[in-house]
Design a protein around this ligand. Structure first.
Ligand SMILES: [Zn+2]
Length: 149
């Protein structure tokens, strides 16, 4: 199967990227702007979470102050994925087919993301990936995943 070349970062600049940044998720997006993948971590049992939530591993629920954002490795593997072949948003039409995946981060949480620099025909469950960052002028920095190098 012949796939189109993976899009380069420069080709992404005109896409509709803006995300809603809530107070709970602001530290995550601040990390992305600094090219860091931050996950929420329980200071009591050290379990990692994404997105922000209260730890569920205790008989009593920790309070908000026990959950802290911490820089994670940015590494993981494709847990599951789909290859998008149909136009959902015309802004992405030229990039079909592309990969939308759930990445299982090395720290444990599952993270939804687009995977770039992997040919759709080459994507496999278990493919090792790492976080990549795309600085979009006048918008947010975005987090994507690409093949681990
Ligand atoms: Zn905990």
């Amino acid at each position: 199967m012949t796939a189109s070349p993976a899009p380069t970062f420069g080709e992404w600049i005109h896409r509709p990227f803006l995300q809603t940044v809530t107070t709970d998720m602001a530290p995550f997006w601040e990390g992305v702007s600094s090219h860091e993948l931050r996950l929420c971590r329980c200071s009591r049992c050290r379990a990692w979470y994404f997105p922000f939530t209260l730890c569920t591993r205790h008989a009593d629920i920790p309070d908000l102050g026990e959950m802290r954002w911490q820089v994670a490795s940015g590494r993981g593997a494709i847990f599951t994925y789909v290859v998008v072949h149909r136009v959902v948003d015309p802004a992405f039409e030229a990039e079909l087919p592309y990969i939308l995946a759930i990445v299982e981060l090395d720290e444990g949480p599952l993270f939804p993301a687009r995977v770039i620099n992997v040919e759709p025909g080459d994507a496999l469950v278990g493919t090792e990936v790492q976080a990549s960052y795309l600085d979009v002028p006048a918008a947010q920095t975005l987090i994507l995943f690409s093949a681990a190098g």
